[in-house]
Write a protein that binds this ligand. Structure first.
Ligand code: MTE
Length: 320
Protein backbone atom coordinates (compact mmCIF):
# COMPACT_ATOMS: atom_id res chain seq x y z
CA UNK A 1 0.00 0.00 0.00
CA UNK A 2 1.71 3.14 -1.17
CA UNK A 3 1.17 6.48 0.43
CA UNK A 4 -0.21 8.86 -2.15
CA UNK A 5 1.31 12.28 -1.80
CA UNK A 6 -1.11 15.18 -1.80
CA UNK A 7 -4.56 15.38 -3.29
CA UNK A 8 -4.65 14.65 -7.00
CA UNK A 9 -7.81 16.70 -7.38
CA UNK A 10 -7.89 20.21 -5.85
CA UNK A 11 -10.09 20.34 -2.75
CA UNK A 12 -12.23 23.02 -4.38
CA UNK A 13 -13.26 20.56 -7.09
CA UNK A 14 -13.98 17.48 -5.04
CA UNK A 15 -15.79 19.12 -2.15
CA UNK A 16 -19.28 20.62 -2.25
CA UNK A 17 -18.97 24.39 -1.98
CA UNK A 18 -20.40 24.83 1.52
CA UNK A 19 -18.20 22.05 2.86
CA UNK A 20 -15.18 23.56 1.19
CA UNK A 21 -15.88 26.92 2.86
CA UNK A 22 -16.40 25.24 6.24
CA UNK A 23 -13.12 23.46 5.69
CA UNK A 24 -11.28 26.69 4.97
CA UNK A 25 -12.60 28.23 8.18
CA UNK A 26 -11.77 25.15 10.21
CA UNK A 27 -8.34 24.76 8.68
CA UNK A 28 -7.47 28.35 9.52
CA UNK A 29 -8.30 27.80 13.15
CA UNK A 30 -6.36 24.52 13.24
CA UNK A 31 -3.38 26.25 11.74
CA UNK A 32 -3.34 28.97 14.39
CA UNK A 33 -1.97 26.31 16.70
CA UNK A 34 1.00 25.54 14.48
CA UNK A 35 4.35 27.11 15.11
CA UNK A 36 5.47 29.67 12.53
CA UNK A 37 8.19 27.38 11.22
CA UNK A 38 5.77 24.52 10.74
CA UNK A 39 3.37 26.74 8.81
CA UNK A 40 6.17 28.06 6.64
CA UNK A 41 7.43 24.55 5.92
CA UNK A 42 3.95 23.31 5.12
CA UNK A 43 3.26 26.28 2.87
CA UNK A 44 6.54 25.78 1.04
CA UNK A 45 5.61 22.15 0.52
CA UNK A 46 8.66 20.86 2.40
CA UNK A 47 8.31 17.31 3.58
CA UNK A 48 8.68 17.32 7.32
CA UNK A 49 8.90 14.76 10.03
CA UNK A 50 5.78 13.97 12.00
CA UNK A 51 5.00 17.08 13.98
CA UNK A 52 4.43 17.03 17.69
CA UNK A 53 0.76 17.16 18.54
CA UNK A 54 -0.88 20.46 17.76
CA UNK A 55 -3.61 22.07 19.78
CA UNK A 56 -7.09 21.85 18.24
CA UNK A 57 -8.78 25.10 19.17
CA UNK A 58 -12.15 24.85 17.49
CA UNK A 59 -13.72 22.06 19.49
CA UNK A 60 -17.32 21.89 20.55
CA UNK A 61 -17.85 20.31 23.97
CA UNK A 62 -19.34 16.82 23.84
CA UNK A 63 -22.77 15.73 24.95
CA UNK A 64 -21.43 12.18 25.31
CA UNK A 65 -19.55 12.77 28.56
CA UNK A 66 -19.04 9.65 30.66
CA UNK A 67 -19.93 10.67 34.20
CA UNK A 68 -19.23 7.37 35.92
CA UNK A 69 -15.50 7.06 35.31
CA UNK A 70 -12.52 9.33 35.54
CA UNK A 71 -10.74 10.28 32.34
CA UNK A 72 -7.57 8.28 31.75
CA UNK A 73 -4.46 10.40 32.29
CA UNK A 74 -3.24 11.65 28.92
CA UNK A 75 0.27 10.29 29.44
CA UNK A 76 -1.17 6.81 29.98
CA UNK A 77 -3.38 6.96 26.89
CA UNK A 78 -0.39 7.95 24.78
CA UNK A 79 2.08 5.43 26.15
CA UNK A 80 -0.01 2.25 26.40
CA UNK A 81 -1.06 1.48 22.85
CA UNK A 82 -1.79 -1.29 20.42
CA UNK A 83 -0.37 -0.39 17.02
CA UNK A 84 1.23 -3.59 15.82
CA UNK A 85 2.82 -1.92 12.81
CA UNK A 86 5.23 -0.42 15.36
CA UNK A 87 5.76 -3.41 17.64
CA UNK A 88 3.85 -5.84 19.78
CA UNK A 89 4.40 -4.44 23.28
CA UNK A 90 2.12 -1.74 24.60
CA UNK A 91 5.11 0.56 25.04
CA UNK A 92 6.48 -0.03 21.51
CA UNK A 93 4.26 2.36 19.50
CA UNK A 94 5.18 5.38 21.65
CA UNK A 95 8.85 4.48 21.21
CA UNK A 96 8.79 3.61 17.52
CA UNK A 97 6.01 5.54 15.79
CA UNK A 98 8.05 8.73 15.40
CA UNK A 99 9.07 7.29 12.01
CA UNK A 100 5.50 7.64 10.77
CA UNK A 101 5.32 10.66 8.45
CA UNK A 102 1.86 12.08 8.84
CA UNK A 103 2.32 14.90 6.33
CA UNK A 104 1.53 14.93 3.51
CA UNK A 105 -1.28 12.43 4.03
CA UNK A 106 -4.08 11.43 1.78
CA UNK A 107 -6.96 9.00 1.91
CA UNK A 108 -8.30 7.11 -1.08
CA UNK A 109 -12.07 6.80 -1.15
CA UNK A 110 -12.94 3.98 -3.52
CA UNK A 111 -15.24 1.10 -4.34
CA UNK A 112 -19.01 1.51 -4.54
CA UNK A 113 -19.11 5.28 -4.48
CA UNK A 114 -20.39 7.81 -7.03
CA UNK A 115 -17.01 9.45 -7.48
CA UNK A 116 -13.87 7.69 -6.24
CA UNK A 117 -11.33 10.26 -5.12
CA UNK A 118 -8.20 10.94 -3.12
CA UNK A 119 -8.48 13.56 -0.40
CA UNK A 120 -5.86 15.04 1.89
CA UNK A 121 -6.39 14.77 5.63
CA UNK A 122 -6.72 18.52 6.20
CA UNK A 123 -9.64 18.60 3.80
CA UNK A 124 -11.29 15.67 5.56
CA UNK A 125 -10.68 17.28 8.96
CA UNK A 126 -12.39 20.41 7.70
CA UNK A 127 -15.61 18.86 6.43
CA UNK A 128 -17.36 19.47 9.73
CA UNK A 129 -16.67 21.29 12.98
CA UNK A 130 -15.03 18.88 15.39
CA UNK A 131 -16.43 18.04 18.76
CA UNK A 132 -14.85 16.37 21.72
CA UNK A 133 -16.49 13.20 22.91
CA UNK A 134 -15.39 11.45 26.05
CA UNK A 135 -15.82 7.77 25.26
CA UNK A 136 -15.22 4.57 27.11
CA UNK A 137 -12.74 2.58 25.03
CA UNK A 138 -12.33 -1.11 25.77
CA UNK A 139 -9.77 -3.47 24.34
CA UNK A 140 -10.45 -7.16 23.79
CA UNK A 141 -7.58 -7.78 26.21
CA UNK A 142 -9.86 -6.70 29.08
CA UNK A 143 -8.44 -3.29 29.84
CA UNK A 144 -10.20 -0.04 29.25
CA UNK A 145 -9.65 3.68 29.18
CA UNK A 146 -11.83 6.79 29.11
CA UNK A 147 -10.56 9.14 26.45
CA UNK A 148 -11.68 12.51 25.12
CA UNK A 149 -11.54 11.92 21.35
CA UNK A 150 -11.76 14.80 18.90
CA UNK A 151 -13.49 14.43 15.56
CA UNK A 152 -16.90 14.36 13.91
CA UNK A 153 -19.35 11.58 13.06
CA UNK A 154 -18.09 9.32 10.27
CA UNK A 155 -21.67 9.46 8.93
CA UNK A 156 -21.10 13.09 7.88
CA UNK A 157 -18.09 12.12 5.81
CA UNK A 158 -19.85 9.10 4.28
CA UNK A 159 -22.80 11.26 3.24
CA UNK A 160 -20.44 13.69 1.54
CA UNK A 161 -18.81 10.79 -0.34
CA UNK A 162 -22.16 9.64 -1.74
CA UNK A 163 -21.82 5.85 -1.70
CA UNK A 164 -23.95 3.77 -4.09
CA UNK A 165 -27.03 1.98 -2.68
CA UNK A 166 -25.18 -1.30 -3.27
CA UNK A 167 -22.57 -0.34 -0.65
CA UNK A 168 -23.34 -2.46 2.40
CA UNK A 169 -20.04 -2.27 4.29
CA UNK A 170 -17.16 0.15 4.74
CA UNK A 171 -13.59 -1.12 4.86
CA UNK A 172 -10.73 0.86 6.46
CA UNK A 173 -7.17 0.17 5.44
CA UNK A 174 -4.19 1.46 7.41
CA UNK A 175 -0.85 2.61 6.06
CA UNK A 176 1.77 -0.10 5.54
CA UNK A 177 4.30 1.24 3.07
CA UNK A 178 7.09 -0.93 4.42
CA UNK A 179 9.44 1.99 5.05
CA UNK A 180 7.94 3.86 7.95
CA UNK A 181 6.78 0.91 10.04
CA UNK A 182 8.36 -2.22 11.50
CA UNK A 183 5.55 -4.49 10.26
CA UNK A 184 6.34 -7.49 12.45
CA UNK A 185 5.76 -10.93 10.92
CA UNK A 186 2.71 -13.07 11.53
CA UNK A 187 0.20 -10.43 10.51
CA UNK A 188 -0.80 -9.81 6.94
CA UNK A 189 -0.33 -6.09 6.31
CA UNK A 190 -1.91 -3.65 5.75
CA UNK A 191 -4.21 -3.65 8.76
CA UNK A 192 -7.79 -3.90 7.59
CA UNK A 193 -11.04 -3.36 9.46
CA UNK A 194 -14.65 -2.93 8.52
CA UNK A 195 -18.12 -1.95 9.64
CA UNK A 196 -21.58 -2.66 8.36
CA UNK A 197 -23.00 0.48 6.74
CA UNK A 198 -25.51 1.15 9.55
CA UNK A 199 -22.70 0.82 12.12
CA UNK A 200 -20.53 3.21 10.15
CA UNK A 201 -23.46 5.65 9.94
CA UNK A 202 -24.31 5.42 13.65
CA UNK A 203 -23.82 8.86 15.21
CA UNK A 204 -21.44 7.37 17.83
CA UNK A 205 -18.87 6.29 15.21
CA UNK A 206 -16.30 9.05 15.18
CA UNK A 207 -13.89 9.99 12.42
CA UNK A 208 -11.10 10.99 14.73
CA UNK A 209 -8.27 13.48 14.32
CA UNK A 210 -7.29 14.22 17.90
CA UNK A 211 -7.50 13.42 21.58
CA UNK A 212 -7.28 15.58 24.69
CA UNK A 213 -7.72 18.63 22.46
CA UNK A 214 -4.62 17.95 20.36
CA UNK A 215 -4.02 16.26 17.04
CA UNK A 216 -3.50 12.51 17.46
CA UNK A 217 -0.10 11.33 18.59
CA UNK A 218 1.49 9.05 16.00
CA UNK A 219 1.10 6.04 18.28
CA UNK A 220 -2.65 6.74 18.47
CA UNK A 221 -3.05 6.43 14.71
CA UNK A 222 -2.30 9.91 13.40
CA UNK A 223 -3.45 11.70 11.41
CA UNK A 224 -6.83 10.02 11.00
CA UNK A 225 -8.52 7.00 12.55
CA UNK A 226 -11.95 5.81 13.54
CA UNK A 227 -13.32 5.25 17.04
CA UNK A 228 -16.21 2.80 17.45
CA UNK A 229 -16.93 3.00 21.17
CA UNK A 230 -19.32 0.04 21.57
CA UNK A 231 -16.88 -2.41 19.97
CA UNK A 232 -13.58 -3.85 21.10
CA UNK A 233 -10.71 -1.51 20.32
CA UNK A 234 -9.33 -3.48 17.38
CA UNK A 235 -12.31 -2.38 15.25
CA UNK A 236 -11.00 1.19 15.48
CA UNK A 237 -8.45 1.27 12.64
CA UNK A 238 -5.55 3.71 12.85
CA UNK A 239 -3.63 5.82 10.32
CA UNK A 240 -6.18 5.18 7.59
CA UNK A 241 -5.14 5.54 3.93
CA UNK A 242 -8.11 3.88 2.20
CA UNK A 243 -11.84 3.95 2.85
CA UNK A 244 -13.53 1.44 0.56
CA UNK A 245 -17.27 0.94 0.08
CA UNK A 246 -18.09 -2.69 -0.63
CA UNK A 247 -21.10 -4.96 -0.97
CA UNK A 248 -19.74 -7.91 1.02
CA UNK A 249 -18.31 -8.19 4.52
CA UNK A 250 -14.66 -7.18 4.07
CA UNK A 251 -11.73 -9.23 5.38
CA UNK A 252 -10.44 -7.93 8.72
CA UNK A 253 -6.97 -8.42 10.14
CA UNK A 254 -7.66 -10.13 13.46
CA UNK A 255 -10.52 -12.20 12.11
CA UNK A 256 -8.25 -13.54 9.36
CA UNK A 257 -5.58 -14.30 11.92
CA UNK A 258 -7.78 -16.11 14.46
CA UNK A 259 -11.44 -16.31 13.44
CA UNK A 260 -12.40 -18.21 16.60
CA UNK A 261 -11.11 -15.36 18.79
CA UNK A 262 -12.01 -12.21 16.86
CA UNK A 263 -15.32 -11.94 15.05
CA UNK A 264 -16.38 -9.34 12.54
CA UNK A 265 -18.87 -7.70 14.91
CA UNK A 266 -16.82 -7.67 18.11
CA UNK A 267 -19.40 -5.79 20.10
CA UNK A 268 -18.31 -5.46 23.70
CA UNK A 269 -20.23 -8.27 25.36
CA UNK A 270 -19.58 -9.43 28.95
CA UNK A 271 -21.47 -12.67 28.35
CA UNK A 272 -19.33 -13.89 25.44
CA UNK A 273 -15.88 -14.88 26.66
CA UNK A 274 -12.81 -14.68 24.54
CA UNK A 275 -11.67 -18.32 24.17
CA UNK A 276 -8.64 -17.60 26.36
CA UNK A 277 -10.11 -15.25 28.99
CA UNK A 278 -13.31 -13.83 30.43
CA UNK A 279 -14.80 -10.62 29.09
CA UNK A 280 -16.97 -10.04 32.18
CA UNK A 281 -14.65 -7.49 33.81
CA UNK A 282 -12.12 -4.94 32.73
CA UNK A 283 -9.09 -3.28 34.26
CA UNK A 284 -9.28 0.51 34.29
CA UNK A 285 -6.05 1.98 33.06
CA UNK A 286 -4.99 4.86 35.22
CA UNK A 287 -1.76 6.01 36.78
CA UNK A 288 -2.02 3.54 39.63
CA UNK A 289 -0.55 0.33 38.26
CA UNK A 290 0.16 -1.20 41.68
CA UNK A 291 -3.49 -1.43 42.69
CA UNK A 292 -5.39 -1.74 39.42
CA UNK A 293 -9.13 -1.29 39.58
CA UNK A 294 -11.45 -3.84 37.95
CA UNK A 295 -15.05 -3.05 37.07
CA UNK A 296 -17.81 -5.13 35.46
CA UNK A 297 -17.92 -4.78 31.69
CA UNK A 298 -21.10 -3.28 30.27
CA UNK A 299 -23.00 -4.68 27.29
CA UNK A 300 -22.10 -2.63 24.21
CA UNK A 301 -19.61 -0.90 26.51
CA UNK A 302 -22.55 1.00 28.01
CA UNK A 303 -23.83 2.40 24.69
CA UNK A 304 -26.78 -0.01 24.35
CA UNK A 305 -29.40 2.75 24.11
CA UNK A 306 -27.75 4.08 20.98
CA UNK A 307 -26.71 0.85 19.27
CA UNK A 308 -28.62 -2.24 20.49
CA UNK A 309 -31.42 -1.81 17.93
CA UNK A 310 -28.96 -2.40 15.08
CA UNK A 311 -28.55 -5.99 16.28
CA UNK A 312 -32.19 -6.82 17.00
CA UNK A 313 -32.86 -10.45 16.12
CA UNK A 314 -29.18 -11.32 15.76
CA UNK A 315 -27.59 -14.04 17.85
CA UNK A 316 -24.74 -12.10 19.44
CA UNK A 317 -23.10 -15.29 20.70
CA UNK A 318 -22.76 -16.52 17.14
CA UNK A 319 -22.02 -13.08 15.75
CA UNK A 320 -19.32 -12.22 18.30
N1 MTE B 1 -4.98 -0.07 13.89
C1 MTE B 1 -3.87 -0.46 13.27
N2 MTE B 1 -3.61 0.03 12.05
N3 MTE B 1 -2.98 -1.33 13.82
C2 MTE B 1 -3.21 -1.88 15.05
O1 MTE B 1 -2.40 -2.68 15.51
N4 MTE B 1 -4.71 -2.03 16.97
C3 MTE B 1 -6.11 -2.00 17.37
C4 MTE B 1 -6.76 -0.63 17.10
N5 MTE B 1 -6.40 -0.16 15.79
C5 MTE B 1 -4.39 -1.51 15.74
C6 MTE B 1 -5.26 -0.56 15.13
C7 MTE B 1 -6.29 -2.37 18.77
S1 MTE B 1 -6.03 -4.01 19.15
C8 MTE B 1 -6.65 -1.47 19.72
S2 MTE B 1 -7.05 -1.97 21.30
C9 MTE B 1 -6.71 -0.03 19.43
O2 MTE B 1 -6.32 0.29 18.10
C10 MTE B 1 -5.79 0.71 20.37
O3 MTE B 1 -5.92 2.09 20.23
P1 MTE B 1 -5.10 3.07 21.20
O4 MTE B 1 -3.67 2.80 21.01
O5 MTE B 1 -5.48 4.45 20.78
O6 MTE B 1 -5.55 2.77 22.59
Amino acid sequence: MLLRTGAEIPSSEITPKELYEAFQANRRSVLTGLGAMGVAAAAAGFPRMAAAETKLNNLVETKYAVPDRATTPEAKAKSYNNFYEFGEDKSDPAKNAHTLRTRPWSVKVEGLVQKPRTIDDDTIAGYRPMEQRVYRFRCVEAWSMVIPWDGYPLAEFIKAMDPLPSAKYVQFISLADGKQELLPGGIEWPYSEGLRMDEAMNPLTLLTFGSYGETLANQQGAPIRVIVPWKYGFKSAKSIVTIRFVDKQPPTTWNELAANEYGFYSNVNPSVDHPRWSQAHERLLNSNTIFPKYVPTLMFNGYGDQVASMYAGMDLKKNY
